[in-house]
Design a protein around this ligand. Structure first.
Ligand code: ADP
Ligand code: MG
Length: 440
C-alpha cells in the first residue's frame, strides 16, 4: 500500500512545480507521472517512457531534493518504473508475440508541439489528414526531407493522434532498423508466420527512415509484401525518408508502391518559423527568450531544427546554472561553434530575377510585370519560390520587391512550385541549378 507520506511528497512537489513551469510543460511532462502503488520506503514514480524520466531529472533534480528524502549514500530515495516496460512485460507473459504493440512515441512529438511555417504546412496538413481518416485520405503518405526537419516528429504526432482519437485501431510505429531486427529475431526463433500475422493485422503502420532498407535485399522483399498486404486492405501506411522514393536505391516495385499515395516534402523552415520554433521550445523549458535574441539565433542556425533545439538546451542549462538573463552576448558565448558565422549568402530579389530570367528566357521587366501568360507567370512563380527559400526578409518585403505584389500572391506561388517540385523532375533540376548559381 502506498503510505500517505509518499503520495503527499509527490503532491507537494506538484504544487511547487506547477507554479514554476508553463502550463504546456506541466501538461506534457509532469502531469503524466504517477506515484506507483507498491511504494514502501522510497518514492516510486511511474513514467510513460524514459523521456519523461530524463526530463524530470535533468530539469528538476535539485528541486526534487527539497521534497524527497535522501538515502544514506546521498542518492534520492526515488525510483522510476516505465509504464511501457510494465506493459511489455505483461504482454510477454501473457502471449509471447513476436512484435510488441507498444508504441514507443516521444511524448513531445505531437501536432500541438509542431510549429507550422510555409516549409512544412503542406506536409503537416497531410499528416493530420491521415491521422484523422486513416486509410481514407492519402495512402501511403510518404514524408521526405533533410535531417532534423521534423519527419520523426510528424510520424509520432500521427501515432499520438490516432491513439487518442481512434482508440480501437491497431497501430505500430517502427524504425526501419527495428523492422529488420524484428525479422532477424523472428527468423532465429522460427516465428516468421507469427510476425507476418502481426504486421498484417495492423490498421496503421508507421515506418521511420526507410532509406535504411536500401541494399538490404532480403528484407526489402518482406517489407514490400507487408506493405502490399496492408494497402490492399486499405490500412494506412506512413513512411519517412531522407530522399524522395525515386532517389532511393530500392526495387522498382517498391518505389512505385511508395509513390501510389502522396509524396510530401518537409523543407528547412524560414526565419519566421525558426523564431517561432525557438520561442516554443524555450517556453517548454521555462526560459525567457527575448525576441531579439531568438531572431539572432535563428539568423545563425538555419538548416536544422535539431540544432535550434540544441541551442535552446544549452541556453536553458546556462541560465539555470548562472541564473542570468539570456542576452545576445550570452548566446555568443554559450553557443559558440553552433552558430554558423557565415550565414546564408545574401541573395537579392534582383539576383533571383536575373537568374530565373536567364533560365527560362524571359525578360526581367516581364517577370516584374503583371502578364498572366503562362510562359511568364510560371517563371515569376519560380522566382518567388526562390526568394522565399533563399532570403530571410519578410514575405511582405519580398512581395513588394516583385513590383508590388501581395504577400499572399507570393505564398501561393511558393506553394504551387513546392507541390509541383514533388513530381516534376525537370523543374527540380532547374531549381537546383538556380540555387547553385545564386548561392555560389
Ligand atoms: P528528422 O526525423 O526529420 O531528422 P526530427 O523529427 O527528429 O527530425 O526533429 C528534430 C527535432 O526538431 C525534434 O526534437 C523535433 O521536435 C524538432 N522539430 C522539427 N521540426 C519542428 C517543428 N516544425 N516544430 C517544432 N519542433 C520541430
Ligand atoms: Mg528522424
Amino acid at each position: 500500500m502506498l503510505t500517505k507520506n509518499q503520495a503527499d511528497i509527490w503532491s507537494d512537489f506538484l504544487a511547487f512545480i506547477e507554479e514554476r513551469c508553463s502550463a504546456a510543460e506541466f501538461q506534457n511532462w509532469i502531469a503524466p507521472i504517477q506515484v506507483a502503488e507498491s511504494a514502501t520506503d522510497e518514492l516510486v514514480l511511474k513514467v510513460p517512457n524514459i523521456f519523461v524520466q530524463e526530463y524530470l531529472l535533468q530539469n528538476y533534480k535539485k528541486d526534487l531534493a527539497g521534497f524527497v528524502p535522501v538515502k544514506t549514500n546521498g542518492d534520492l530515495a526515488l525510483k522510476f518504473i516505465i509504464a511501457e516496460e510494465v506493459k511489455k512485460q505483461q504482454v510477454q507473459e501473457e502471449a509471447p508475440a513476436p512484435a510488441q504493440d507498444n508504441l514507443k512515441l516521444n511524448p513531445h512529438y505531437t501536432f500541438e508541439n509542431f510549429i507550422e511555417g510555409a516549409s512544412n504546412q503542406f506536409v503537416k496538413s497531410a499528416a493530420l489528414g491521415v491521422a484523422s481518416h486513416p486509410g481514407k485520405s492519402y495512402n501511403p503518405l510518404f514524408i521526405h526531407g533533410g535531417v532534423g526537419l521534423g519527419k520523426t516528429h510528424l510520424l509520432h504526432a500521427i501515432g499520438h493522434y490516432v491513439r487518442q482519437h481512434h482508440k480501437k485501431l491497431k497501430i505500430h510505429c517502427i524504425t526501419t532498423e527495428g523492422f529488420i531486427n524484428d525479422i532477424v529475431d523472428n527468423l532465429k526463433n522460427k516465428s516468421m508466420d507469427r510476425m507476418k500475422r502481426f504486421y498484417r493485422s495492423l490498421d496503421i503502420l508507421l515506418v521511420d527512415d526507410i532509406q535504411f532498407l536500401q541494399s538490404r535485399l532480403n528484407f526489402e522483399d518482406e517489407f514490400c509484401n507487408t506493405f502490399e498486404s496492408l494497402i490492399n486492405q486499405n490500412k494506412q501506411i506512413v513512411i519517412t525518408s531522407d530522399k524522395p522514393p525515386s532517389q532511393l536505391k530500392l526495387s522498382e516495385r517498391l518505389v512505385a508502391r511508395m509513390e501510389w499515395g502522396l509524396v510530401a516534402h518537409v523543407g528547412a523552415p524560414d526565419i519566421e518559423t525558426r523564431v517561432a520554433i525557438l520561442q516554443h521550445k524555450a517556453e517548454l523549458r521555462g526560459i525567457r527568450l527575448p525576441h531579439k535574441v531568438a531572431f539572432f539565433i535563428a539568423e545563425h542556425i538555419f538548416n536544422n531544427v535539431r540544432q535550434l533545439e540544441g541551442a535552446i538546451n544549452r541556453l536553458s542549462a546556462f541560465s539555470r546554472h548562472m541564473g542570468k538573463e539570456v542576452t545576445e552576448e550570452v548566446v555568443e558565448n554559450t553557443l559558440g561553434e553552433l552558430l554558423q558565422h557565415n550565414p546564408q549568402k545574401k541573395v537579392s530579389v534582383d539576383n533571383i530575377l536575373h537568374c530565373v530570367g536567364t533560365l527560362f528566357e524571359v525578360r526581367v521587366s516581364d517577370l516584374k510585370g503583371t502578364s498572366r501568360l503562362k510562359t511568364v507567370a510560371f517563371p515569376r512563380q519560380v522566382a518567388m519560390y526562390l526568394a522565399k527559400e533563399l532570403m530571410t526578409d519578410s514575405l511582405m518585403k519580398l512581395a513588394s520587391a516583385f513590383g508590388g505584389k501581395t504577400h499572399s500572391t507570393l505564398l501561393h506561388a511558393w506553394k504551387k512550385v513546392s507541390q509541383q517540385l514533388q513530381s516534376d523532375e525537370t523543374l527540380r533540376k532547374q531549381i537546383e541549378m538556380a540555387r547553385r548559381n545564386l548561392e555560389e
